[in-house]
Design a protein around this ligand. Structure first.
Ligand code: ADE
Length: 228
């Protein structure tokens, strides 16, 4: 999979060189490139923002650098998926991560300030499959951290990125429930014992216990998931 990210702080994406995603890049499973939006400015100050039409606080990202960036990054004969990171977007979920993991080219457009001139989103839909996506109901200073979170969640679903693919099927949000709690050695630690059942070797009983734990954890931490 090819992934491009456009930002005024491309250095944010250096973390993607670490750990499993770094290895996946070395193995050419993922080809990642971060681009500095200011490359597509032409004035002396490399300006990327301006005051909002209609008034109000903050600045808005100008359309021209984004349009020129897309013209260069998006191949003329292809329609990649272009993701605008914004708290005003659709929620990023495990389901969306799985859908995006099947694509061959993703482009992340990371806004800052009060966002990007909306005409950029409108215009880009002629060049790509466009999504505006939020990672949660809170506001970050910019879309870089949101893009990194999405890239990690997406890329770990690509075959070959994670050594033990089995671990993917058991985890939170796969079945619509949260994952059961996990324990390792020692069996007794600071007066706290690992649940007896896990030491029993009764696989069917263990599976039932884990299902119960998943359900009760979801009831307490995420009752909204059960309502769905
Ligand atoms: N940019 C700022 N806040 C964001 C959020 N919650 N999700 C995606 N992009 C953002």
């Amino acid at each position: 999979m090819k992934i491009d990210a456009i930002s005024i702080f491309p250095e944010f994406f250096d973390v993607l060189g670490l750990s499993l995603l770094g290895k996946a890049q070395d193995q050419k499973i993922i080809g990642f490139e971060a681009h500095d939006l200011r490359k597509w400015t032409s004035d002396r100050h490399r300006t990327v923002d301006d005051s909002p039409y209609g008034g109000g606080a903050g600045m808005v990202m100008k359309p021209e650098p984004w349009g020129d960036a897309f013209d260069e990054i998006i191949p003329k004969d292809q329609r990649p998926t272009l993701i605008f990171t914004t708290p005003a977007g659709i929620p990023f979920t495990q389901k969306l991560a799985a859908e995006l993991a099947a694509k061959s080219h993703l482009v992340f457009a990371c806004g800052r300030y009060e966002g990007i001139d909306q005409r950029v989103v409108e215009h880009a839909s002629g060049q790509a499959e466009v999504l505006e996506v939020s990672i949660g109901d809170y506001v970050l200073n910019g879309g870089e951290v949101a893009a990194i979170a999405m890239i990690e969640a997406i890329c770990r679903l690509i075959p070959g990125v994670i050594g033990n693919a089995e671990s993917l099927s058991e985890e939170s949000h796969n079945s619509g429930l949260l994952e059961y709690p996990s324990y390792t050695k020692p069996a007794s630690w600071r007066g706290l014992e690992v649940p007896e059942i896990l030491l029993s070797g009764h696989h069917a009983e263990i599976e039932k216990w884990r299902k119960d734990q998943s359900l009760s954890r979801t009831k307490v931490n995420r009752p909204d998931l059960l309502a769905e």
